[in-house]
Design a protein around this ligand. Structure first.
Ligand SMILES: C[S@@+](CC[C@H](N)C(=O)[O-])C[C@H]1O[C@@H](n2cnc3c(N)ncnc32)[C@H](O)[C@@H]1O
Length: 270
């Protein structure tokens, strides 16, 4: 099983990165695969909703579960944008916990009337974010890269806040693949005993950074649904909807503050 996976990955690596040729450089890459490094890091980039996301500084590898909900969020923003475009309104978006920048870059690429602030605590990843915006042809005036521990470096209010925080509970560590534990950044994955160490303060503050009628999209781990619901009540949010991912697991909550439509969530999530 393991063998056939590695041989598939070798074919993929050769095709994507080495024009199908087994050069000495390609052989070095194959050795990395055999040592357990993730094929996406060895190739150096992934596709995320049609954007090429460079991984050279080893941010978290964007996950298909994230891609799934971001695609739906884009559909919702498209609807909103067509109503607002006439007024030359820019949809102000915050990509909190930005990492590689896959979420914000996809928004910028697919929603021409959006502007994005990327917020990331790990200084090392700030150049990764700039690189990914540049590689995807995003005009500099449409985004800012902010070094920020959660909201500490954030001013102003947003129409959309997208957040894929670290959320794996330490107690679920044994369920995480060895290659993930060995090669992906810990700060991007784990968040204390129950996995809510980052989500808790995020939810306590996020509503202060939303415009009236704004929305928060927060990704989480399926066993956390009940606790998140309690937090939403504790911090007095008004309208929210939990959504499953493509594997039928609870993965996302969409929160709306003072929605003009009375809190009916948009079609892609209904
Ligand atoms: C799960 S990764 C998400 C990366 C990317 N948004 C994605 O969806 O693939 C979480 C990211 O949040 C960053 N992070 C962790 N704690 C943070 C904090 N307090 N403030 C800002 N960023 C933080 C980590 O460095 C990591 O890049």
């Amino acid at each position: 099983m393991q063998r056939s996976r590695i041989s598939q990955e070798i074919q993929w690596l050769l095709g994507e990165k080495h024009h199908g040729l087994l050069t000495p450089f390609a052989k070095k890459d194959i050795a990395k695969l055999q040592k357990g490094e993730h094929v996406d890091y060895v190739i150096g980039f992934v596709d995320f909703l049609g954007c090429k996301i460079d991984l050279s500084l080893k941010p978290l590898i964007p996950r298909p579960e994230t891609e799934y909900w971001v695609e739906r969020a884009i559909q919702e923003m498209r609807g909103k944008g067509s109503r607002l475009q006439t007024k030359n309104y820019k949809l102000k978006t915050l990509d909190m916990f930005a990492g590689s920048g896959c979420i914000g870059v996809a928004i910028l690429k697919h929603i021409p009337w959006a502007v994005v602030d990327f917020a990331e605590k790990d200084k090392r990843l700030l150049s990764q974010l700039r690189l990914n915006a540049k590689k995807n042809g995003i005009e500099k005036k449409r985004y800012r890269v902010l070094h920020s521990d959660m909201f500490s470096g954030i001013k102003g209010k947003y129409d959309y806040i997208f957040a894929n925080p670290p959320y794996i509970a330490e107690s679920r560590k044994s369920k995480v693949q060895t290659s993930v534990l060995k090669h992906e950044p810990r700060e991007a994955l784990f968040a204390g005993k129950d996995g809510l160490r980052v989500i808790r303060p995020f939810l306590s503050q996020a509503k202060d950074f939303l415009v009236e009628g704004g929305s928060i999209y927060l990704e989480f781990d399926s066993p956390q649904k009940k606790e998140i619901e309690k937090l939403l009540r504790r911090f007095q949010y008004q309208h929210w909807q939990f959504c499953r991912d493509q594997y039928e697991k609870w993965r996302l909550v969409v929160i709306q503050e003072n929605p003009k439509n009375g809190g009916v969530l948009p079609a892609p999530f209904s």
